[in-house]
Design a protein around this ligand. Structure first.
Ligand SMILES: [Zn+2]
Length: 84
């Protein structure tokens, strides 16, 4: 169990369910309701190694054709091109 946030030093760390975006080779997968410890002050999230391993495993399975419950399309823009 963590004593304090390694980012800001705050000692109030709570269990929560958060969103996690996994990114690999230009591919993305978003996981909802991922168990994490979250700093109540700065919002930094900490995940158990086994949770991250499971996410990686699921990502690989989906790349290999496993069905997901939902797919979304995401808008992408290059910030450099925003200046008129
Ligand atoms: Zn913090």
């Amino acid at each position: 169990m963590m004593q304090s946030c390694s980012f800001c030093g705050n000692e109030n760390i709570k269990n929560s369910l958060v969103e996690y975006t996994y990114k690999h080779d230009g591919k993305y997968m978003i996981f909802h309701n991922v168990p994490a410890l979250q700093c109540e002050y700065c919002g930094e999230k900490y995940f158990e190694a086994k949770v991250l391993k499971q996410i990686e495993k699921e990502f690989v399975a989906v790349q290999n054709g496993k069905k997901v419950s939902k797919k979304i399309s995401v808008a992408v823009e290059d910030f450099d091109k925003l200046v008129a």
